[in-house]
Design a protein around this ligand. Structure first.
Ligand SMILES: [Zn+2]
Length: 127
């Protein structure tokens, strides 16, 4: 089987990452879309006839939207919540998202790394 993961590093916390999804649909996906459209056309032939071929763009759009949401989810760093897509659009919002993520995940390895290096001045930590 083809290796579909891509190695990279998080731009914010430098953690090694593996991206499972590419930005665009692969040839395999297009094959699956064709097969699904053919199966749908064959199954719905008694009802729609050749109009069942019209399901192709629908299935394509469905694949595209699902793939895009998986890609977006994959892109977000699981350690610090950094989303490069948001960073490109709105830096302040991306920063806010990272802060929210770290608030919700206090035992993130990113925070532990910071705490261990600055354990001396931990008296100023607020609750
Ligand atoms: Zn990160």
């Amino acid at each position: 089987m083809k290796k579909t993961t891509r190695d990279c590093f998080c731009a914010l916390c430098r953690s090694p990452r593996k991206l499972r999804y590419s930005r665009y649909l692969t040839t395999l996906h297009y094959g699956q879309i064709m097969v699904l459209a053919l199966v749908f056309t064959a199954a719905a032939f008694p009802f729609f006839g050749w109009k069942g071929v019209g399901s192709l763009p629908l299935i394509w759009a469905l694949f595209e939207s699902i793939h895009k949401s998986l890609y977006r989810k994959d892109l977000t760093c699981p350690y610090c919540g950094f989303d490069p897509k948001w960073y490109k659009k709105d830096v302040k919002f991306a920063r806010q998202k990272v802060e929210e993520f770290l608030k919700q995940n206090p035992d993130s390895p990113v925070l532990r790394r910071v705490e261990s290096s600055s354990s001396e001045n931990s008296s100023s930590r607020s609750n």
